[in-house]
Design a protein around this ligand. Sequence first.
Ligand code: BES
Ligand code: MN
Ligand code: MN
Length: 457
Amino acid sequence: MQEIKKYVESNRQRFLDELFELLRFPSVSADPKYKADVLKTADFVAQKLTDAGVDKVEICDTDGYPIVYGEKIIDPSLPTVLIYGHYDVQPADPLELWKTPPFEPTVRDGKIYARGACDDKGQFYMHIKAFELMMQTNTLACNVKFMIEGEEEVGSANLGIFVNANVERLKADVVLISDTSMISMENPSIETGLRGLAYMEVEVVGPNRDLHSGVYGGAVANPITILCQMIASLHDENNHITIPEFYDKVVELTEEEKKALNAAPFDLEEYKSDLEIASEWGEKGYSTLERTGTRPTLEVNGIWGGYIGEGAKTVLPSKANAKISMRLVPNQSSEEIAVIFTKHFERIAPAYVKVKVTSHHGGEPVVTPTDSIAYRAAEQAIVESFGKSPIPTRGGGSIPIVALFESALGIKSVLFGFGLDSDALHSPNEKYDIYNYYKGIETLPLFHKYFAELSRV
Ligand code: BES
Ligand code: MN
Ligand code: MN
């Protein structure tokens, strides 16, 4: 640990400067206008892997953005750690809400503000610096493979193809991912589950053209009103989702599991005051931690239609649209849920409108083991670095690749995240604490050390 701290100490500024360089690339995968920047980011990541001492670094083309791969095999008899991360980021909109520009990283109060600071550039870059540290201090204890993709924020559509085509090359004993959160630095934790996702888009069409709302209003159904009614009907008075068969495969937690989950430190008052809401909301009969970690949900992500320009326009619009996504839990399947949703939405459409439902990306839920060698290695690394045992928690977000690694490669993951829920992922003013960045770089080599040690016995 002393040697680790010394190395980080003497490279502090450079570690930060390099991350800043990475953060300056606007690698927004969702928006084609950033294509050249996303590609440049892949080049940068490849160069940094090479500089750190990774072998066989390759920018692997896909039908979308490339996957940066590299490996360091020091001894085939040692365990292999596959590190996954993503160099793409979410769009920075709405720009006017940023205090400083999203792609000009700025430090305020010990925190780095930039799009991707935490999700996931700041987090995957810790692994490259931890790897450099292990190389320079001659302490690399495991074989290491890096796989950093550029389409996570848009559903990783091409990753499955890559994984299935590279089963041999990706062989590893564990997948290590820093793309999740901890409760706090005082209460270190490890996420042991992620929700899946089924993302849908709906269109409700009424008359064949926009109409004068005075001439026709009251006699022809307004698609926006109908869409709102349809959406409102998807939850009942207990905030339970009303789609038939939706909960059929959901597994209820045992009393013991519930107790363990709710034992994690969580302050509802603080939660509410942080969000400036008078009251929390959710499915009746479940706590907030249960609602986000273990229950499936349905959210409207966007809704549009009619006139939204300056001033007023009296129109009865021809159509209305919405983006609706559902978070899934074990053993729900994103494909099945997409079908169940589509059938239901078509069925509840009244005769005076037509509906069209299309399916975007999906991802499967996972629960990661807490009795594995890899989990124990992560636990010991945290004990040594934080002086406290990590609390296992269930995360509400999704990382579709985790289930895929399991089904395609048979490898389980450890979600070794150093972010905080308050890091404003996907929001304006995303941040990552400098403290967490260095803490991650110091803790990760301990994972490799303990994983090698525990694998030996
Ligand atoms: N890193 C997040 C997921 C995450 C965040 C998990 C915090 C746990 C805690 C990831 O980049 C992400 O945003 N995933 C998307 C899914 C994807 C298919 C667009 C998500 O969860 O919405
Ligand atoms: Mn992420
Ligand atoms: Mn994200």
